[in-house]
Design a protein around this ligand. Sequence first.
Ligand code: ADP
Length: 333
Amino acid sequence: ARQTVPKAMDVKTKATPQLKVSKEKDHPPPPPDNVLEPSSVDRPDGAVYQVGKMLGKGGFAICYQGYLLPTRHKYALKIVKSQMPSKMQQKFQTELQIHSKMRNKNIVQFLRAFSYENCTYLVLELCPNGSLMDMVKKRRGLTEPEVRFYSVQVAGAIKYMHDKGIIHRDLKMGNIFLDRNMNAKVGDFGLAALLVTGKDMHTIRRTTLCGTPNYIAPEILEKGKKGHDHMVDIWSLGIIMFAMLTSKPPFQSTSTEEIYRRARERDYEWPSSETTQKYISLEAKDIVASMLEDADRRPDPDTIVQHPFFTSGYMPVDADMTPKLLTLPPDDP
Ligand code: ADP
């Protein structure tokens, strides 16, 4: 999901981030009314998708609803131009390779990929209720039971990815989509990386800086700290939990440099209950603080969900909310 600040794919130095703004020409043209999936081994007759409404735009991708004829089953079609600048080509290849191997109830299911009329189509599980970011914005923060519900789901997805040696590296509310039952589904594997596990869990260290500044862990900005790279996802979950509770990420600032400084110094404050009329429990503050520790001290997903924040408060079994809730005003304090 693209926010006002796009993913910093091309940032070379930390002092002068050059955020790459995608241009209209980078996006594919609107798709035809019917998209034909060519025949393949597991689908010898091919398939036809009837294109529905646009779901959103990313850096280089456009997403539309697609109805598979004749079942009318709905999917999300993520479309990119087949010809892209080589950097984006690479990013997209990684995304395809990694995402297609994921199978978890809290990760957007990847169904297939094919080419049609100079575009590449990814067929994905449809998440028709927007992202966690849309929901948190509309509701101006969630209740603690809701925060528990979504945090456990995202922690489960992180555990699954890490067990498979995958670091997502771009977890943020805009990349966590909501399915028809309002469950969280991690999407957008464009910046994910495969951990190369050698003797000492040696990891790929990319020279480029990626992610959105608000969610970037300080160790990404430093060199020479090895072995805990996957913990960047735990940092991001800490930021996501803070943002779900308060509706703002903890290090929010006007400049990227200032965000990084505040993150390095852990310079954040919980809003006071007088100004927000909202009570945030000590347990919530404690678990978030632990996730924003240095990488080697952050809890892993199993430890996170055993924290008193999760074990001593009410935990919904399912979202039990209708999509209508998204359009309702925030809860009464
Ligand atoms: P990019 O990789 O270019 O950032 P995204 O994967 O974030 O692109 O997709 C762009 C937009 O498309 C998202 O912000 C969202 O609105 C929509 N989108 C992406 N995947 C889905 C999905 N599975 N279901 C519904 N909408 C989606």
